[in-house]
Design a protein around this ligand. Structure first.
Ligand SMILES: NC(=O)C1=CN([C@@H]2O[C@H](COP(=O)(O)OP(=O)(O)OC[C@H]3O[C@@H](n4cnc5c(N)ncnc54)[C@H](OP(=O)(O)O)[C@@H]3O)[C@@H](O)[C@H]2O)C=CC1
Ligand SMILES: O=C(O)C(=O)CO
Length: 312
């Protein structure tokens, strides 16, 4: 079995050795421009068109959870990957825990009013504040997939009311489920902390805009863990100014790295991290890819295949 590997930043030598250990008998090579030799599988992140085009592959694996970049490249270059070749993505592989850590720590930060206490400290004021109650801190998670479900589980464990919004309804214990555009307003009405874990698709671009933010509780919070293009950044700043939003924590931006001139850098109620909410954990990813390739070779049912018509 021949496997080609391409990632702009990962240590290819480490991945090749680990993959060959996971899949004894497989020959793995780093793909370089000009390599037209045959291959059965490709592992990729931001692949050049030339790498995949014209190859008779059994499957392609994206080395991340989101497949927006590869799907948008496919729109411009459909010849890169015919529909007959399945595209897989990483399902959790250690990202669920990272998302839980991020979401729980930030929700508790807001819930315990550490943002307000930081302001009081800057004013050298010793001032205990009223506590928030969990009943007034409903968490609304947009996207109830692999990562949204993990985040929901962790916040439920902390006793917060949790609701989710997705395309199809969920039947999860103690979680209110809302589905489709018809139920979006109802989902937002009681949401105090909005957590975004949607994929980037034609339907979700710009979804967190003025009209959506206006439907949240007053003094709400936004945690964007998914993609920057989901949020209209001007509308976000407006919501912070008019009191609809009390704070925002952003891991992702419409342009990355965020340009220095962006007012988000300087806004006192915006906190940010540089797209690190959940990174690919190499060993977990290799274990999943190895199992999936073995399953495909044996004709077994496997999970993680992207539905290209849905865009995720
Ligand atoms: N910041 C970071 O470091 C990282 C960010 N990400 C981002 O997180 C995203 C989510 O990942 P993951 O949980 O694995 O994805 P999944 O595909 O497992 O889940 C996607 C969820 O979004 C819902 N959804 C999709 N389209 C719509 C829509 N139009 N309206 C309502 N709901 C919709 C789906 O609904 P349904 O259940 O009905 O299908 C599903 O519940 C990734 O696409 C990626 O962009 C991922 C990893 C790291
Ligand atoms: O896996 C993804 O989609 C990511 O955003 C990783 O940073």
């Amino acid at each position: 079995m021949e496997i080609i590997f391409y990632h702009p930043t990962f240590d290819a030598a480490w991945w090749i050795a680990a993959l060959e250990k996971q899949l004894p008998g497989a020959r793995v090579r780093e793909w370089k421009s000009g390599d037209n030799e045959s291959a059965d599988y490709a592992l990729v992140w931001h692949p050049p068109v030339e790498m995949l085009q014209g190859r008779d592959l059994k499957a392609v694996f994206a080395l991340g959870a989101g497949v927006d970049s590869i799907l948008s490249k496919l729109k411009a270059h459909p010849e890169m990957l015919p529909q007959s070749i399945p595209l897989f993505r990483l399902e959790d592989t250690g990202m669920g825990l990272q998302m839980q850590e991020y979401a729980v720590s930030q929700v508790l930060h807001w819930f315990r009013r550490f943002d307000d206490y930081q302001v009081l400290k800057q004013e050298t004021r010793w001032q205990p504040l009223d506590e928030y109650s969990r009943e007034e801190f409903t968490i609304g998670i947009m996207g109830a997939g692999v990562l949204g479900s993990k985040v929901a589980e962790s916040l439920l464990a902390w006793g917060f009311p949790v609701r989710v919004w997705s395309r199809s309804p969920k039947n999860w214990p103690n979680v209110k489920s809302f589905a489709g555009s018809d139920e979006l307003s109802e989902f937002l009405r009681e949401t105090r902390v909005l957590i975004n874990l949607l994929p980037n698709t034609a339907e979700t671009v710009g979804i967190i805009n003025h009209s959506l933010l206006e439907q949240l509780q007053d003094h709400s919070y936004l945690l964007n863990l998914a993609r920057g293009v989901h949020v209209n950044e001007d509308d976000l700043l407006r919501a912070l100014e008019n009191g609809k939003l009390k704070g925002a924590m952003l891991d992702v931006f419409s342009r990355e790295p965020l340009p220095v001139e962006s007012p988000l850098w300087r806004h006192p109620r915006v906190a940010m991290t540089p797209h690190i909410a959940a990174v690919t954990r190499p060993q977990e990813a290799i274990t999943y890819i190895g199992k999936t390739i073995t399953g495909l070779e044996n004709g077994e049912a496997v999970t993680g295949q992207v539905d290209r018509s849905r865009g995720y």
